[in-house]
Design a protein around this ligand. Structure first.
Ligand code: FNR
Length: 345
């Protein structure tokens, strides 16, 4: 069994079934969920030989933040379902691994408390219909030291997940459900679908004074529109296969977005990244960094902060191995020559 599969199996054994299904599941027939991982393995590599790879560097920098490796923690909701310390454990483990946490708007611990134990972090934002909710959360994040905002653009409504049993089945106390969105009821939150359009990139920038990245971009025209509206970075994502089932896998969408952006801002990618080879593939296709969602949740569920750190450290080590095998001694030197053209499908 691959290490990822073993970790997922261990998390599955520990978590209540409804929680495992909530974390693991995708929308619709889960076609996009499955394709996300499969698509990375379809990307064929062209390793170099006889290079000095006695020391391999994974350290990088993103929007001014130094990182141990180009692997970040994707925003995922409700970490207290996976571990009693919730996002506090995730934040500590992420910091210890030298990575960066993107904190979900649906975190189950307060922004201020997470910030107190976190290393560098960004806030993921939904623009709720009641803009006052978003404004208040963004202002708290700025006051707590968030270094950027990540506007999720792919959630005008929430995708239907077939493994979903409804929020009532999740063992999540009310105060965890609405940790950062006080004054709402669960039902009101469910009705607060995202209300964002391109102009909100500017709105969020003006409101926060922070760089705004847009998450969920899968097309060149959208990428260009985001840049026109002031985005400081793009995240190619299909929400881990949890929104429109049938959407293109992120490995397949990445080259189109990278080409459209033409180095103007960093392009990141998430969805199905499970190994150091996947990290290498993403970088070779033009991503500056990747984010991982479920692997971190499994680390959290099996070992709290240490588990999160363990997952990120293991991915970093696996990236070192992949780079060495490809004949590359520094992540910054990964280029498109490492990918074979005419990828078999
Ligand atoms: C997510 N994701 C997500 N994205 C976001 O912008 N805001 C959020 O609150 C959440 N919540 C969330 C919960 C759970 C349980 C999952 C699995 C995912 C999507 C997430 O940021 C990311 O795009 C995917 O998880 C990446 O795919 P992998 O690494 O999980 O395959």
């Amino acid at each position: 069994m691959l290490p990822y599969e073993a970790l997922e199996a261990e998390a599955r054994a520990r978590l209540p079934e409804a929680v495992f299904d909530y974390y693991a599941g995708g929308a619709g027939d889960e076609a996009t969920l499955v394709d996300n991982t499969a698509a990375w393995t379809r990307v064929r590599l062209r390793p170099r030989v006889l290079r000095d790879v006695s020391s391999v560097r994974t350290a990088t920098e993103l929007l001014g933040t130094p990182l141990a490796s180009p692997v970040l923690v994707a925003p995922t909701a409700f970490h207290s379902l996976g571990h009693p310390e919730g996002e506090l454990a995730t934040a500590r483990g992420t910091r210890e691994a030298g990575s960066l946490l993107v904190l979900s708007s649906r975190a189950s611990r307060k922004v201020e408390d997470v910030a107190a134990v976190a290393g560098p972090w960004w806030l993921q934002v939904y623009v709720f219909k009641d803009r006052g909710l978003t404004r208040a959360l963004v202002q708290r994040a700025v006051a707590s030291g968030a270094r950027a905002l990540v506007l999720t653009g792919d959630t005008p409504v929430v995708g239907r997940k077939r493994r979903d049993r409804g929020d009532a089945e999740l063992p999540l106390p009310e105060e965890d459900f609405l940790a950062n969105l006080e004054g709402l009821t669960r039902r009101e939150l469910a009705e607060q679908a995202s209300d964002a359009t391109f102009v909100d990139i500017h709105w969020l920038r003006d409101l926060s004074g922070l760089p705004v990245l847009v998450k969920g971009v899968l097309r060149s025209d959208d990428a260009r529109e985001c840049l026109r509206h002031g985005a400081s970075g793009l995240i190619v994502s299909n929400h881990g296969g949890r929104q429109l089932d049938g959407a293109v896998s992120t490995a397949d969408a990445l080259p189109e977005v990278v080409e459209a952006v033409d180095n103007a801002v960093p392009v990141l990618v998430d969805g199905g990244v499970r190994t150091g080879r996947d990290v290498l593939r993403a970088l070779a296709l033009g991503a500056r960094a990747v984010l991982v969602g479920r692997p971190v949740l499994w680390g959290l569920a099996t070992g709290g902060a240490d588990g999160v750190r363990g997952v990120l450290d293991a991915l970093r080590e696996d990236t070192v191995r992949a780079l060495a095998l490809a004949g590359v001694s520094d992540v910054s030197a990964v280029g498109p020559d490492l990918v074979a053209p005419n990828r078999p499908r």
